[in-house]
Design a binder for this molecule. Structure first.
Ligand code: NIG
Ligand code: FE
Length: 410
């Protein structure tokens, strides 16, 4: 058995036996911190924690690794509830196009964007795809990410979508952190189906979904509902069929336009609605009457130069907010959730505490991990971050771009 005692912790964050499943509205300010604390782990399970003055006699000293965390914080690792971590190639040439004045939609129209990634993905072997994704996951973990949702959606053919999902399944099996898989066959229409939407949707429904169920390849189903992508009616059709195969909806909506997709996704039982750079009053009401969590992706807004989701409006409406990276080669080539924490504070005007709740318990909710992730409590095996020596918790989002992780416990 591996036993670790972390002592002299400057602040043990998001700790306690009554941490709620989510925090919303004003509660998002709440963040329990035990100052000058210890934490005892056995095979990474929390077996005791408390104030340093109470620590004597709590553990058996044999074979114990003692970690001195003087001046350092210990936090539950982040949950990244929205990523596109499996892809064949980065797309920095589009980045340059964008600097030269083309919009995301113009780049997509000239064969860039999602279709560009799909062409690259069709050519790569499953093994190479797996190895590339594993390298990225190792880097994500080193930045404090302790659970990852990963979408397909760069395949856009039966073979390539299934190849992506098999890679995600292998990643689930070979990583110590929890990975959730989302089927996003409805990410874009392949060129050959540009004028035959029904043909591609039939492929998703009749060919992809049965294999996904049979091989147990996904937990969630996603649709990119947007003009020039999938309409609200097409989204409804695909989500309904996905549900018949046991997949829970979790969707891309309101990135560029308000189309009424939020309330429809909620009616279909969506666990989360993601992006929301644009939000109508009717969307807000639909969210207030639901258990669906709005998820904002400020890395995408920052990189594309599009509006940021309005976290304050959501919080003022007594809603909960989750934050995720949206890590992908097109709109967000960044997986570091410390960067997202900073952007949330700087651009979304969230306090450090609100944003940390959005990246831990609220994000855990958005990927079905409320029981096990995002908080430090007895019996928990949630991955943990130990920071470097820092002056205060707010220093973490304040020092944007600096990586203050000293050690990860998984
Ligand atoms: O979440 N919005 C749709 N999908 C991705 C971007 C995909 C891409 O450009 O490759 C996103 O931002
Ligand atoms: Fe996305």
């Amino acid at each position: 058995m591996q036993k670790i005692l972390i002592k002299n912790i400057k602040g043990l964050v998001q700790v306690g036996e009554n941490i709620p499943v989510i925090r919303k509205g004003k509660e998002m300010q709440e963040l329990p911190i035990l100052e000058n604390a210890f934490l005892a782990l056995e095979d990474n399970e929390v077996i005791a924690y408390g104030l340093m003055e109470d620590w004597e006699g709590i553990t058996d000293w044999r074979d114990l690794e003692i970690v001195d965390a003087e001046g350092r914080y210990v936090l539950p690792a982040f949950c990244d509830s929205h990523t596109h971590t499996v892809f064949a190639k980065t797309r920095e040439e589009e980045f340059v196009d964008k600097i030269n004045g083309l919009s995301y939609e113009e780049i997509a129209a000239k064969g860039g964007g999602i279709l560009n990634s799909a062409r690259k993905l069709a050519e790569i072997s499953e093994n190479d795809l797996f190895n590339l994704a594993q390298t990225r996951i190792d880097k994500m973990i080193a930045c404090g990410t302790g659970a990852i949702e990963i979408k397909s959606g760069y395949g856009l053919s039966v073979d390539a979508e299934i190849k992506m999902l098999r890679v995600i399944k292998r990643l689930k099996e070979s990583n110590k952190i929890v990975i959730k898989a989302t089927f996003l066959g409805a990410h874009a229409f392949p060129v050959e189906y540009k004028d035959n939407h029904k043909g591609y949707i039939d492929l998703i429904i009749n060919d992809m979904l049965p294999i996904i169920e049979r091989e147990n390849l996904a937990d969630y189903i996603d649709v990119f509902c947007e003009r020039n992508y999938f309409s609200v009616e097409e989204m409804i059709n695909i989500l309904e069929e996905g549900k018949k195969h046991g997949l829970i909806p979790k969707v891309h909506v309101n990135q560029f336009s308000v189309m009424g997709a939020v309330s429809k996704a909620i009616e279909l039982g969506a666990l989360s609605v993601d992006h929301l750079e644009n939000l109508g009053d009717e969307d807000l009401v639909a969210l207030q009457n639901s258990n669906c969590i709005p998820t904002l992706l400020p890395g995408c807004s920052h990189f594309l130069g599009i509006p940021f989701g309005d976290a304050r409006r959501l919080i003022n409406a007594n809603l909960s907010v989750a934050l995720a990276s949206d890590f992908n080669p097109g709109s967000t080539p960044n997986y570091n959730l410390f960067t997202i924490w900073s952007l949330a504070c700087i651009k979304l005007k969230m306090t450090p505490e609100e944003a940390f709740n959005s990246l831990t318990i609220n994000a855990a909710y958005a990927m079905g991990l409320s029981e096990t992730h995002g908080k430090i409590c007895l019996g928990s095996k949630t991955p943990l971050i130990m920071t470097k020596q820092i002056p205060s918790l707010a220093y973490l989002p304040y020092s944007f771009g600096e990586l203050n992780v000293e050690r990860i416990f998984i």
